[in-house]
Design a binder for this molecule. Structure first.
Ligand code: ZN
Length: 130
């Protein structure tokens, strides 16, 4: 079944709501990473194009997220839902290291999302250092 297109206006609204930053890693176009509209609940898992299911994500986060809904918290091994940028606040689940190169998970959701989306891989840490 072909995907229903997301209107230009809705794309602009979603980007505006995300402050033109990736809702997961917080990077902006300035880092040189392209942005896409991400389905928070993937289409393959029953998600749709409703505004509350859409957010802005960079290519890297979107590619690692794929159709995942949950991931393992590396601290407890518990399977927990991924961070939902529409219903949850980034700062409640994540923090920055002192030098702003590393994302720190404050909750199981934050830690699991960091792990699945590889938010602290060497590429990201190098990009943030710049
Ligand atoms: Zn990202």
């Amino acid at each position: 079944m072909p995907r229903k297109a997301i209107s230009r206006q809705l794309r602009d609204e979603v980007a505006q709501r995300a402050n033109h930053r990736c809702s997961y890693c917080q990077s902006s176009h300035a880092v040189g990473v392209g942005m896409v509209i991400d389905h928070i609940i993937p289409i393959s898992a029953g998600g749709d194009n409703a505004p509350n299911n859409l957010t802005l994500a960079c290519f890297r986060c979107n590619n690692f997220k794929l159709n995942h809904l949950n991931a393992k918290d590396p601290e407890t091994s518990e399977i927990v839902p991924l961070f939902n940028p529409y219903t949850q606040e980034w700062h409640k689940h994540f923090a920055w290291s002192q030098d702003y190169t590393q994302t720190i998970g404050k909750t199981a959701v934050g830690r699991a999302t960091i792990g699945l989306l590889k938010l602290n891989d060497p590429w990201w840490m190098g990009a943030r250092r710049l």
